[in-house]
Design a protein around this ligand. Structure first.
Ligand code: HEM
Length: 166
């Protein structure tokens, strides 16, 4: 029972920090950075805050995966005799959908954080066309990741209350 509550607490807290952190970035950090008073430091601030959030993100992903599987394990759903019944049940399908979307989120975050984001800063002074291309791409992937994370959190809430789309 304790394992379940510890894993669940860690899971909910890391989901809060991940989703809440992204929302905070969009509604507080970005508008502050865009303030005219910070015109000269705008790009440095953007780059430093992005790198700081990137460091936190992958630690949170690790906690979300381990605590998520910890929850399943503590509920006995990963036992060999239960595994097939669970994954072929309607809640099991919901869970598989959640894991699949999480995999998608992971790949999309890696692209945003390690490819399009860094390339935006790389081309900042050398190539305006490439800069604009990667800037748009980073914005697009950033928004997509936030929406996907909200949907994954919503699926988690449904799964934990026994609600399924299937
Ligand atoms: C962006 C990633 C994720 C977010 C935002 C997220 C969020 C959530 C939320 C909000 C809940 C509902 C908790 C409750 O109301 O009791 C939940 C439940 C759950 N999540 Fe996740 N989650 C994520 C990734 C994962 C991953 C990768 C796994 C598995 C490896 C996982 C496994 C679970 C399980 C098993 C539950 C059900 C908890 C219960 O027993 O009630 N989650 N998740």
């Amino acid at each position: 029972m304790w394992t379940y509550f510890i894993c669940l607490t860690l899971h909910i807290l890391s989901a809060m920090v991940w989703v809440g952190g992204m929302i905070f970035y969009v509604i507080v950090v970005m508008p502050v950075i865009r303030n005219q008073k910070l015109k000269d430091q705008k790009l440095t601030l953007l780059q430093l805050t992005a790198i700081q959030f990137r460091k936190i993100s992958y630690t949170l992903f690790f906690i979300l995966i381990t605590s998520g599987f910890g929850i399943l394990f503590s509920k006995g759903l990963l036992r060999e005799d239960n595994l097939f019944t669970f994954f072929t049940s309607s809640i099991g399908f919901m869970f598989s959908l959640k894991i699949g979307l999480f995999g998608f989120l992971f790949v999309s975050s890696v692209y945003h954080d390690f490819v399009s984001g860094p390339k935006t800063f790389l081309y900042l002074e050398s190539d305006p066309v490439q800069y604009e291309r990667y800037r748009r791409m980073s914005g697009l992937f950033g928004r997509f990741n936030l929406l996907l994370s909200l949907f994954i959190a919503f699926l988690g809430i449904l799964v934990s209350r026994g609600v399924s789309f299937f």
